[in-house]
Write a protein that binds this ligand. Structure first.
Ligand SMILES: Cc1cc2nc3c(=O)[nH]c(=O)nc-3n(C[C@H](O)[C@H](O)[C@H](O)COP(=O)(O)OP(=O)(O)OC[C@H]3O[C@@H](n4cnc5c(N)ncnc54)[C@H](O)[C@@H]3O)c2cc1C
Length: 456
């Protein structure tokens, strides 16, 4: 029998890769006792909590069909409603075209700057995210809303971020929409995510079921060292394994740190930045407080950054008449967590009471906390060079470089149309394995792409 292909990590990318290659040809090494990685859902006393708000907004029919099959057609499809919280004001999303809800003085300043900005000659492209924000929205709006949010969510100043990840993720409004939105609500919503899909029950994890069925997963197998030169993996119980073909979905910075890479490559890996998220899940004994699905909080003096209510994803995610509020609080090496988790969670509960998500502290049934070390890849200005150095070194040990391997995103229509068979012995896959801005549909399609690219 052929040697098995070894896949490191049984998150969605690892599972999809094994599914597409054929589970009988693969073995997945997973450090936890559970599969699914970041798409796992946890049930606690009748509340279902995902690892941060997960929704499927994929445009790819192939992924839609697989997710649909995974839940046997039992999914919900609805339009997402989002709101922004700013110093006691609720502003519909996106705030750029809903300035009518912004306090009057600030509204006038935002408008004046925006008009000034759009009249300027645009000779050179913005060199960093700060310039992009000011270019798109004018100084006052940029500083009050997206820059403030960037420091909370990306944990660094916008000047340090590149613009290569922005794409359609950031809204570039027309002058008319901004002007009209300052007078009152626009007739049509302008947010880029319109309809989303979410499993009826079991949380987002239910979308992964189809990929996991029949997979050969060795749970509790933590990879603690790797020699690319000897093609050898060491596990936490000191067991070693040799591979012919290795597919890695573990965070690239971690993989390099436990490898036999030279010092300069390890230094490059240390330059890869990511954010970590503390999820504070608050179960409360009353119905949902607000009609929207999720919320952005701009106040710099609040830990709460993004908020969602789990029963608004699916009503089956919480007992009837109760609300499950999930708050994301972001940290990183650039913004370390300087207070104990319990103190942060207590403050978050106070913020939820102030914003009206929870009626009072006495209504809290429980507060559950979860820290996730790798949350979002940070596309800062130093990333590309460091990333390139790592991939170039790995090329000596079986990695085949790809035309878009330094790009944050992938155009799957184009990529899947031109798959070239190759004999790569080392493949990188997934959000952290490749160090990309990947959503779950990207993870599924990366698995398909890898299966199609393997020459045997
Ligand atoms: C807060 C948040 C919100 C998100 N929202 C959305 C959304 O709305 N829609 C969407 O489509 N996507 C969303 N995503 C993105 C999505 O979660 C990821 O793209 C996807 O889950 C990544 O899957 P992966 O398999 O590449 O990585 P992971 O899920 O990280 O899988 C890696 C696996 O490797 C295992 N592992 C790690 N170290 C070791 C080791 N040393 N040895 C063995 N195993 C190891 C881990 O336990 C894990 O199971 C969100 C992500 C976050 C963080």
């Amino acid at each position: 029998m052929d040697e098995k292909i070894i896949i490191l990590g049984a998150g969605l990318t690892g599972l999809s890769t094994s599914y597409h290659i054929g589970h009988d040809r693969c073995v997945l090494l997973e450090k936890k006792k559970k599969a699914y990685g970041h798409i796992q859902s946890e049930e606690i006393d009748g509340f279902t909590w995902d690892e941060g708000p997960h929704l499927s907004f994929t445009k790819y029919d192939y992924v839609k069909e697989l997710f649909e099959k995974s839940v046997e057609g039992n999914f919900l499809e609805y339009e997402v409603k989002t709101a922004n919280y700013y110093k006691g004001h609720w502003i519909p999303h996106p705030a750029q075209t809903n300035l009518f809800a912004v306090p009057e003085k600030l509204r006038e300043e935002c408008l004046a700057d925006f008009r000034k900005q759009r009249k300027k000659d645009r000779e050179s492209a913005p060199k960093n995210y700060d310039e992009w924000l000011k270019y798109a929205y004018g100084d006052t709006f940029a500083e009050t809303f997206p820059s403030a949010y960037t420091e909370k969510y990306w944990t660094i100043e916008p000047e340090k971020l590149d613009t290569d990840w922005v794409g359609k993720r950031m809204y570039y409004p027309s002058v008319d929409d901004v002007e009209n939105g300052a007078k009152g609500p626009l007739p049509e919503e302008t947010h880029y995510i319109k309809k989303i899909r979410y499993p009826e029950s079991g949380g987002y994890q239910s979308y992964g079921q189809i990929f996991k069925n029949g997979a050969n997963i060795e749970y509790g197998s933590e990879v603690t060292a790797i020699s690319f030169k000897e093609k050898k993996i060491t596990l936490n119980d000191s067991k070693t394994l040799h591979y012919d073909t290795l597919i890695n979905t573990l965070p690239l910075d971690y993989l390099i740190s436990i490898s036999d890479a030279p010092g300069e490559v390890k230094k490059a890996a240390q330059k890869l930045l990511c954010t970590s998220v503390l999820l504070v899940n608050v179960a409360a004994d009353h119905p949902t407080a607000r009609p929207e699905n999720w919320f952005y909080v701009y106040d710099k003096d609040k830990f709460s950054t993004r908020i969602n209510c789990t029963e608004k994803l699916s009503p089956n995610n919480a007992p009837d008449g109760k609300t499950g509020v999930q708050v994301e609080v972001y940290f990183s090496d650039e913004k370390p967590m300087n207070e104990p988790v319990d103190e942060i969670a207590d403050k978050v509960v106070e913020e939820l009471v102030e914003m009206g998500f929870v009626h009072s502290k006495e209504d809290v049934i429980y507060t559950h906390k979860k820290f996730i070390k790798w949350a979002n890849v940070t596309f800062d200005l130093n990333r590309k060079e460091a990333h390139h150095k790592i991939l170039s070194w790995l090329e000596k040990y079986g990695l085949k470089r790809e035309a878009d391997d330094l790009e944050p995103t992938t155009d799957w229509d184009a990529k899947l149309e031109t798959v070239q068979k190759n004999n790569a012995e080392l493949l990188l896959a997934g959000r952290f394995g490749q160090w990309k801005y990947y959503w779950t549909d990207d993870c599924v399609l990366r698995g398909k792409y890898i299966a199609e690219s393997l020459s045997n």
